[in-house]
Design a protein around this ligand. Structure first.
Ligand code: FA5
Ligand code: MG
Length: 377
């Protein structure tokens, strides 16, 4: 296990986050890649598609009779208590797992959702608000997943307890938002969901170019969250949505890496007219197929698929990897050792790659795996 943490810890030791030093421990799993991008968020960059969608959502809520306070500069460094306990996520819940989150140490992590700020804002006496920020999750590697993305949380629109209109208000407001973004004729559906902090809970899916796409989670706030927020005499609802998901659909952005290619994105969105339903992002045509590299190894103890993706992302700072598939898992009948085989697809989001660069990344990934105790096959 000590070996496994080497990659993370050796780099973390000298790192400070926003100029402050933090103690490291057995939970520390931040990588240099993430540390270097901390605070490099997109929701406050003028004409960035994430900022455009954010403003469009603001516009919708600003039309209503209630006024919404806006928060978009809260630090992404939150306590375990904020991210999980304050919103009633049980102590043993899988979503707390180290394989899914970037921990600074056992007390602090990079927020995995903007719901981490619900209780904090309630306690300040806020009642209707929108809270936007960068969130961090260890996850798979493909065209729709990136370890940093943006969420918008809100509004905790509070009513006097006992009001029956809450669920109607939630549905009416969010249906209005969906129509505002996707147009009056949008096809959408309500799905039942589960979140520890809301009950009942729902998701909205939008039918867009042939697919049902989950765009937000929401529900009536659990009483205990309101108690934590010192608003126990109230009742209200909340939602959380992913800005990349919306931007990808609305602007036809087919690869999530493009949000990080600032110059190109900026250049195209400079001509944005404000009519976001007419505007499409134009990707230069690419005829090349991705280059495929397979890598098989005996996994060190406690190794998780997400560890591979994090190692790859840490090395692939220019985002040459389009996606990775775990194509084979096998346990040796005699030794009991487990082997994983990953297929990595290399292709730049914008331009072609040099074969030597790809080989360079591939061998660096191999070296990093070996350093963590993986037995290459
Ligand atoms: C949440 O994060 C809840 N905090 C949402 C919520 C808030 C529910 C308030 C109730 C009340 P979830 O993990 O499903 O839920 O993410 C919410 C939205 O974020 C998703 O609907 C999706 O639009 C977006 N999202 C989630 N994971 C990713 C990802 N890996 N990449 C891009 N967008 C994502
Ligand atoms: Mg969800």
């Amino acid at each position: 296990i000590l070996r496994r943490q080497k990659l993370f810890r050796s780099h973390f030791r000298n790192a400070s986050l926003f100029g402050k030093e933090y103690k490291e421990d057995h939970m520390t799993n931040l990588t240099p890649r993430i540390i270097n991008n901390l605070g490099n968020h997109k929701h406050r960059i003028p004409n960035h598609p994430i900022e455009i969608i954010k403003n469009e959502i603001y516009k919708y809520f600003d039309q209503s009779s209630t006024s919404f306070a806006k928060f978009e500069e809260l630090s992404p460094i939150v306590t375990v208590e904020q991210n999980f306990d304050s919103v009633l996520i049980p102590k043993e819940h899988v979503s707390r797992d180290k394989k899914d989150n970037y921990y600074i140490n056992e007390e602090l992590l990079l927020r995995a959702h903007t719901s981490a700020h619900q209780v904090e804002l309630l306690r300040k006496g806020e009642s209707s608000f929108l809270c936007c920020g960068d969130v961090y999750r260890r996850d798979t590697m493909d065209r729709s997943h990136y370890p940093i993305f943006h969420q918008m949380e809100g509004p905790r629109k509070l009513f006097i307890r006992g009001s029956e209109k809450v669920e109607n208000d939630l549905k009416r407001t969010l249906e209005g938002l969906v129509k505002h973004l996707f147009g009056e004729n949008v096809e959408y559906r309500w799905m039942d969901e589960y979140f520890p902090f809301t009950h009942p809970s729902f998701e909205i899916e939008v039918f867009y170019e042939g697919d049902w796409l989950e765009i937000l989670g929401c529900g009536i706030m659990e009483h205990r969250v309101l108690v934590n927020g010192k608003a126990e005499d109230k009742i209200g609802w909340a939602f959380g949505l992913g800005l990349e998901r919306l931007a990808m659909r609305l602007f036809d952005i087919k690869d999530i890496r493009l949000f990080w290619k600032s110059e190109v994105v900026q250049e195209q969105f400079q001509n944005f007219t404000g009519d976001f339903r007419q505007f499409k992002f134009v990707l230069p045509e690419r005829k090349i197929e991705p280059a495929k590299f397979d890598l098989a190894f005996w996994v060190p103890e406690g190794f998780h698929e997400h560890d591979f993706y994090d190692i790859a992302r840490n090395i692939d700072v220019e985002d040459a990897i389009e996606n990775v598939e775990l194509i084979d898992v096998f346990t040796h009948p005699k030794t009991g050792k487990t082997s994983h085989c990953y297929r990595t697809f290399y292709r730049g989001a914008l331009k072609g790659l040099q074969f030597k660069d790809v080989e360079h990344i591939d061998s660096a990934i191999r070296a990093a795996l070996q350093e963590q105790g993986a037995g290459l096959r």
